[in-house]
Design a protein around this ligand. Structure first.
Ligand SMILES: Cc1cc2nc3c(=O)[nH]c(=O)nc-3n(C[C@H](O)[C@H](O)[C@H](O)COP(=O)(O)O)c2cc1C
Length: 323
């Protein structure tokens, strides 16, 4: 399949695997890239800048020169945002030219990336934010619907509705957060899909086996959202911790400190991803986890997705010629 996104990123399949905090390291991203998609390492996942640089070097080795990307997320809680310019410098020094950005004010990021000869796909949760990114010079935009895992913003529209509006309003290449429905996304007029949740159970994800096995048992109702009352909606695994956070919101908690360690990323990393306790932490995940029914590699997942896409594309063609 050839779209403006495959051309822009020089990839085989129109699939971007969005950055995954704590999880999209060199091994994961190389798995995505070697399977024909584009993946993004999350610099914030590493304790030091040197550790981040080491991951870039390792990824370059594992991908044998194929391009891979870096995710730049400006945190709405402002945690360590001052490090982001250094992340860009280091990525450029290590030969990375593909970036995914998430930021309310992305101009400085776009400038630094473009000055370094890079390209950027900006992830947004509303069409008007995507239009703003387009006006500011993004090379492509990625729109995530309210069903996306992680932080889908305050938008309440699902991808299927928002994507259909977006293709009329966005001129640059457009990617929509659409889990498995690649052909549906292309049929809407988008140039590709962005996925995260669907890959979480793959062998290349370093997290604890308990976590991955638990996710295999999840269906489309296994995710929930919290923190909406703080205007920071978070789509996560519906576990004990998420339910407690929801109850605290219900009881009136409205500031981050009131939730303490319950909403800290390091809690999720230490207790769930490392420790294997799936009831702990805010564990980013969306409803498309129900499609992950087997423990397989990224390459096998990608092959399944593209086979599925081919089947549905053929079905559309059959409809065209039906009497
Ligand atoms: C575990 C996890 C961590 C994520 N961390 C980030 C992140 O740090 N930065 C970011 O831009 N998006 C992050 N996302 C969002 C993904 O990049 C992607 O946009 C989203 O997963 C797509 O929707 P899906 O989950 O329905 O596939 C995360 C998603 C998950 C599931």
């Amino acid at each position: 399949m050839k779209t403006r996104i495959t051309a822009l990123f020089g990839i085989q399949h129109p699939i971007l695997a969005g950055g995954l905090m704590w999880l999209s390291d060199a091994r994961y991203v190389a798995g995505i890239v070697n399977a024909g998609g584009m993946g993004f390492i999350t610099p914030r996942s590493f304790d030091t800048l040197d550790a981040f640089r080491d991951q870039l070097k390792l990824c370059r080795e594992l991908t044998q020169g194929k391009p891979f990307g870096v995710n730049l997320t400006l945190s709405s809680r402002n945690a360590n945002n001052e490090m982001v310019p250094r992340h860009i410098e280091i990525a450029l020094e290590e030969g990375v030219r593909h970036f995914e950005t998430v930021a309310a004010q992305p101009e400085p990021l776009f400038k630094a990336i473009h000055d370094g000869g890079g390209i950027v796909v900006h992830k947004a949760s509303r069409i008007r934010y995507a239009q703003k990114a387009e006006a500011l010079g993004a090379d492509a935009v990625c729109l995530v619907g309210m069903e996306a895992g992680g932080h889908p913003g305050m938008n309440e529209l699902p991808t299927f509705v928002m994507g259909a509006y977006a293709v009329e309003r966005i001129k640059i290449p457009l990617v929509i957060g659409s889990g498995r429905q690649i052909v549906a996304a292309l049929a809407l007029g988008a140039d590709g899909v962005v996925m995260g949740t669907r890959f979480l159970t793959c062998h290349e994800v370093w997290a604890h086996e308990n976590y991955k096995n638990h996710l295999i048992g999840c269906d489309e109702d296994a995710s929930t959202t919290a923190m909406r009352s703080l205007k920071d909606t978070w789509r996560v695994l519906a576990n004990d911790n998420a339910r407690t956070v929801q109850a605290m919101e219900g009881a009136g908690a409205r500031s981050y400190p009131e939730f303490g360690d319950r909403i800290k990323g390091t809690t999720t990393r230490d207790l769930c991803y490392r420790g294997g306790d799936v009831q702990q932490g805010m564990v980013s995940m969306g409803p498309s986890i129900g499609f992950a029914t087997k423990r397989v590699s990224i390459a096998e997942t990608m092959a399944t997705l593209m086979l599925d896409a081919a089947v549905h594309l053929n079905r559309l063609k059959t409809l065209e010629t039906a009497p």
